[in-house]
Design a protein around this ligand. Sequence first.
Ligand code: BTN
Length: 244
Amino acid sequence: MAPARAGFGAPRLHYRLTDSTNERARELAAAGAASGTIVTAGEQTAGRGRRGRQWTAPPGKAVLCSAVLTPLDARHALLPLAAPLAVCEAVESLAPLRCRVKWPNDVWVDERKLAGVLIEAQPPAWAVIGVGLNVSIEPDEFPSDLRRPATSIGHGVSTEEALAALCRQLDEWVEADRARILADFRERDALRGREISWVGAGGEGGDGSGVADGIDDRGNLSVVSGEGERLSLGSGEVTLTLSD
Ligand code: BTN
């Protein structure tokens, strides 16, 4: 029988400053690091977001964490949905906030982005789950060019408390079964019923706009186009914009 996996958070490698914790964690994963290993940083000089975007945060005011999960198997097929759910439950265990998820993996509070998740994987060997979670960033410290203002946990929560809660919830959610992940995601779905537009969907999707209609059992986003056609968008391929 395979040995039980130790929880996320041990061992932990912390950098005061690094380019990207995902980069450091990828190196560790490729070198055979144990599942549960995390890399954290006080500050990143080249924090990566989804689709080639940058991720920035002032020093010490956000959780910047990349967790190694290895090996991957069929149970982890919905990891891109499970990881933001772990972030939601971690935040809600610390502060009186209600988190929702903007498919595929942005965490929102009151229509503002609180956290983002960037998963980089080499299946079936490993995945790195990168989480940027704003903890105590003041409104005027966010970049001024954000389309929508971002937000932080606040409520006197520290980055170490937020990190510990995140690790606890990752332990639970990476092993959660499909039905639970899909049900919880559907409850927290911030897009359902809203006008969206997208670019870069492969196959039938192309670029387009329509109304989000929930996620299907594979974790893809269902949308109904202006012409009434139902399409399925895969998370790896689209950039979404909310029209309202
Ligand atoms: C997104 O919303 O686009 C995803 C952002 C993910 C940012 C985190 S910060 C810690 C980890 N290291 C990185 O370089 N990126 C992720």
